[in-house]
Each structure stands twice: as structure tokens, then as C-alpha cells.
Design a protein. Structure first.
Length: 489
């Protein structure tokens, strides 16, 4: 009997001893003969645009192949940026070999390994999108310049074709199918959202009614019917985070938009936390993203309270370590820290630096000609400047983060939107413009308030549309008491 037990134990040991530990990584091998040896490649695993990549690498001199182990806690999509930008799908334990080829300015990709079938399906998705976009290549705003009926028929067709590709795809896992079903649907909804934004902000005539889609009104109800696998889609995770602020407008007053009242951000967090219609797994991701993104709305000082509440509510969340690190990185932008300097060309072709205005209060508006919400703030900015027209110790500094090739349009828009009564600077490098890195700007419009000593007063200042809130804040920095400020109204 003892010999039988020993034999059985040895069989078990042999069997389990041969089993490898489940991998929580994807082996990604990039082959690219044209790789820039000094170009930094960055892998992003989250839809949270506030979080910087923790996986970075360079090919190095004379190297045309690089292997990187991508940490994956579940099947998901991720992006790789470097000489090219590409969205990938991977699963823990898989290997994906990517052959990159370049002809002129165009990149092409082929795949091998256990992750190849999924990527081949993604390539077909991309081809379908490109075919649709090519139909409107000559229009000012591409497919968003199409009449709604034509645009709607086009995105319906692309969605159906993608679903057919997914249905017929060979060698893909059930996880991939579930992630892609959610991703295809979100892409469809996002296209409608983009159409609505372009039409209402850039295309429609003043007398025309605004475009509104019923599909957008019901998107969250539909989103919550997906399983947790849907979180593997970066687009899906990003979209559901918008649920937190979907009814925020009812917190506005007649004079002040909801987002200009700091207490409203706490209210929205509490609402979502108590909302029983939101699946638990989704809620944790939504609120984690929300708390991270609050840095862009309230700054590190204003968002601290809600950050602490999230960490108490979800101490075991995978989002907690991300949030801790993120908030620590914003420490240099706290109130009272020296304002990072920058220098750009003015509309008069003179080099102008932030430090040139030491001794004055500086209100900085970071914007771009393509940014509808930025432009929507200009009438309020005009009113704010009018209220402070005699304030010689205030500088109105506009910094455009447009790309270099739209400088002429920028010059025209400065006059068109009547913002020439201020200092207008042109960054000319898009999102690579240095101010975006110095002040951690991941979305615009963004407003900064610098005191007379050149110190940060608020790295996430109130918008012009906040009315008295930003007016009172500027007056305080000027040394005008609240009593004096109130008597001036």
C-alpha cells in the first residue's frame, strides 16, 4: 500500500513539475530594418491618457529586431508608438512577431506567432476604415463633412463588415471575440460622437439647429450589457469613464458652468459610487480613470480630497498604485512652486518667454485652432478682459499648440475670434509643444494662473466662463481685497 502511494505521489510530482507557471506577459518581437536606433518606443496598456508608459525601449545602433515582454493581466488591446504608431491585441502567454516594412511614408505589417490571427483581423478592420475615409479625403473635415444620411450609412456598413470579419476569423480566441465586439461597437458610437462635435462646432450655420443623436443618449445603457472582457478594449474603458459626468449639466447655475464649481466634481464621484446600475468591475475602472483625470480639471491641490476617498473606497484596486504614482508626478505643479518657463514666437515674430512677465499676474490660455471647446470660451474671455481692462498688471497670454503647417490659419483665427488684445504665441509642434510636457497638458483648453513672483498659483485655473470665480482669483493675486472686488461689480 505504501509503495502504491509513493508511486502515485511520484506520478503527480512528475505531471505538475512539468507544468510551466502561467505567464502574465506577452512576448512581442518587432522586426524593422528601417528602425531609428535612437527613437524611443513606448507601450501604453491603459486607456487612461494621464498615465505615462512604463514600458519603453530603443532598438539601438545596428539593431533591426527587438524583443520586449509586455505585462498583461488579461487579454487586452495596447498601443506601441515610436517610428510608427500601432494598436495591438495580445493575451498573456502569447508570442507575437511583427514584421514592419516602410515604403515612402507608408508602413505595412505582417504577423507570426500565436497572436498573429487576431492581428490579421485588426488589419482587416483598419482597411475597412481607410476605405470609408478615402471617400471623403477631399472634404474639409473628411467623413464628418458628409451629410448625416451618407455618413450614417457609411459607418453602418463598416460596422457590419467588421462584424462579418470577426465571425469568419480563424484561430482567434473567445476572449478576442468578446473584446472586439465591444471595440467595434464603441468605434461606431465614437464616430457618431465625432460627427456631432464637428457639425455643431465647425460646420453648421448659426441659424441651423444642433445635431443630436439618440444613439449617444443610450450608449451607457448599452455599454453596461457587455461582460467584463470588454475592458480589454481601450476605447471601451475610455468611453464608460464618461458616464461619471454624463448628467453633470444639472449641477450648473445660470451664471456658471458645472465644471467651474469644484464641489461638483466631488458630487459626481459620490453619485457614481452609489449608482447600482453600474457593474462593479466597470465602476472601479471608471472611478479610477476619473480620479486620475481630475488632475486636468482641478489640479493636484483641488483633486487631492477625491483621490484620498478613492484610495479608501478601493484599497485593493489595481488603479490605486497608478493613482499614487500619478499624483506624485504632479508635485512640481502644486501652488507656490516655480512656474516652468517657455519661449515661443509671437504673432509679431518676436521670441517671448513666460519669464518676461515677472511682476505681473499671467493668465495663460492653452488652445488650438481645431479645438471647439477652446473657441467656445473666447466670448467669456472677452468679457473677463473687459472687466479687467484697466488692470495693467495682468497679462493675457494665449499659447497655440497647433502644428507648424497651420500657422497661417492660426494668424487668421487670432483676428477671427478677437483675441489679438493679448499676447499670442505659436508653439508649432502640436502635442510635442514643450508647454504640454512642462505643465502636463493632455487635453485642452487648459488655463494656468501665475502670480507676480513667477510662481504657480493654479496649474488648472478656472475657465473664463466661470465668471466671478476666475475674476475674483485674478483680483486676489493683484492684491485687491474681496471687499474691493465686490464693490467693483
Amino acid at each position: 500500500m505504501k509503495k502504491e502511494n509513493l508511486l502515485f505521489a511520484l506520478i503527480l510530482l512528475a505531471f505538475f513539475g512539468c507544468q510551466s507557471k502561467p505567464s502574465n506577459e506577452l512576448s512581442l518581437i518587432i522586426k524593422f530594418d528601417g528602425a531609428d536606433p535612437e527613437k524611443e518606443y513606448s507601450i501604453r496598456l491603459t486607456s487612461n491618457y494621464m498615465v505615462e508608459s512604463s514600458t519603453k525601449f530603443k532598438f539601438g545602433e545596428g539593431k533591426t529586431e527587438h524583443k520586449v515582454m509586455v505585462p498583461l493581466d488579461a487579454p487586452k488591446m495596447f498601443t506601441l508608438s515610436g517610428d510608427f504608431y500601432k494598436t495591438f491585441y495580445g493575451e498573456p502567454g502569447q508570442e507575437l512577431v511583427v514584421q514592419v516594412d516602410k515604403e515612402g511614408d507608408e508602413f505595412s505589417y505582417s504577423y507570426e506567432g500565436s497572436g498573429a490571427h487576431a492581428m490579421q483581423a485588426l488589419e482587416e478592420f483598419a482597411s475597412l476604415e481607410e476605405e470609408f475615409e478615402e471617400q471623403a479625403a477631399e472634404l474639409d473635415y473628411g467623413v464628418y463633412s458628409m451629410p448625416w444620411e451618407e455618413f450614417s450609412a457609411g459607418i453602418d456598413r463598416v460596422r457590419e463588415q467588421k462584424e462579418k470579419v470577426l465571425l469568419e476569423a480563424d484561430g482567434v480566441s473567445q476572449n478576442f471575440e468578446q473584446v472586439m465586439k465591444a471595440d467595434i461597437w464603441v468605434d461606431y458610437v465614437n464616430q457618431i460622437s465625432s460627427f456631432q462635435s464637428y457639425y455643431n462646432y465647425r460646420i453648421k450655420k448659426e441659424e441651423d439647429p444642433e445635431f443630436e443623436s439618440e444613439i449617444l443618449d443610450s450608449r451607457y445603457e448599452k455599454a453596461f450589457t457587455f461582460g467584463t472582457e470588454a475592458l480589454g478594449s481601450m476605447s471601451f474603458s475610455s468611453m464608460i469613464t464618461g458616464y461619471v459626468t454624463k448628467d453633470a449639466s444639472d449641477l450648473a447655475t445660470e451664471e456658471v458652468p458645472w465644471y467651474s464649481i469644484p464641489e461638483n466634481w466631488v458630487t459626481l464621484y459620490e453619485r457614481t459610487k452609489e449608482d447600482s446600475s453600474v457593474p462593479t468591475a466597470f465602476k472601479e475602472v471608471m472611478l479610477g480613470n476619473y480620479v486620475s483625470q481630475l488632475l486636468m480639471s482641478l489640479g493636484v491641490d483641488g483633486a487631492w480630497e477625491i483621490k484620498e476617498e478613492f484610495m479608501n473606497d478601493y484599497p485593493e484596486s489595481g488603479e490605486t498604485d497608478i493613482i499614487k504614482s500619478l499624483y506624485a508626478s504632479w508635485e512640481p505643479l502644486k501652488q507656490g512652486k516655480p512656474a516652468p518657463d517657455f519661449t515661443y514666437s509671437s504673432i509679431d515674430n518676436e521670441l517671448v518667454s513666460l519669464s518676461d512677465f515677472k511682476g505681473k499676474v499671467v493668465y495663460i490660455d492653452v488652445w488650438a485652432t481645431w479645438c471647439g471647446p477652446c473657441i467656445a470660451e473666447f466670448p467669456s474671455m472677452k468679457k473677463l478682459k473687459e472687466r479687467l481692462k484697466d488692470a495693467d498688471d495682468v497679462v493675457w497670454l494665449y499659447v497655440s499648440i497647433d502644428d507648424a503647417d497651420v500657422k497661417e490659419k492660426w494668424e487668421k483665427d487670432v483676428e477671427k475670434y478677437e483675441i489679438q488684445e493679448g499676447v499670442n504665441l505659436f508653439g508649432g509642434e502640436g502635442w510635442e509643444t514643450s508647454i504640454t510636457d512642462l505643465y502636463k497638458i493632455n487635453g485642452i483648453p487648459r488655463y494656468l494662473l501665475i502670480d507676480k513672483d513667477g510662481m504657480i498659483h493654479n496649474a488648472q485655473a478656472q475657465r473664463p466662463s466661470s465668471g466671478d470665480l476666475i475674476y475674483n482669483e485674478i483680483q486676489k493675486l493683484r492684491g485687491v481685497s474681496l471687499e474691493e472686488t465686490l464693490s467693483m461689480k
